[in-house]
Design a protein around this ligand. Sequence first.
Ligand code: IMP
Length: 178
Amino acid sequence: MSYKLGEVILSRETIARRVREMAEEIANDNGRDKGLVVVGILTGAAFFLTDLVREMPEDMDVRVDFMSVASYGDSTTSSGVVRIFHDLKSSIEGKNVLVVEDIVDSGLTLSHLIDLLNGRNPASLKVCVLLDKYERRKTEVKVDYCGFRIPDKFVVGYGLDCAGMWRHLKDIKYVIEE
Ligand code: IMP
């Protein structure tokens, strides 16, 4: 099977506007001096996270850390298995944590990850996703901040890939299977 790029579902301008709103909401909820550890899930969420944290106020105590997990191979369906390839550099015990993910689909990746991180006793743990494919949920995940709810179609760009391709696109586009 081969894939080609389809039409734009979310333009760079639409994404940028929403990312600014989300950063403001997170800053207001969290408080500027309380400290927030923003945990990005590599690789997809790195693109979203770097834009998101740069929209947060300069006087806010923000730290950034990354984890690398995978639940997908080279196909477009979830394996349901989450493997950790790279763990956080710092302890999150007693910290306010915001997990940032590119997309929640079945919810399996995030729910496993939330259990794992909650086991490390953070003061609080919230979840922020850019995209939510709510129709495909297999397990319930509490998403505190969501950029956009999208239909059940495979998308790429702004960090999201298809078999490793198209992460670098500025807009988010549909993928067409041929
Ligand atoms: P879940 O475990 O099914 O919720 O899958 C979450 C992961 O699946 C995301 O981190 C993405 O890597 C991947 N994923 C799900 N849908 C898409 C899509 O439309 N495009 C690219 N990656 C996707």
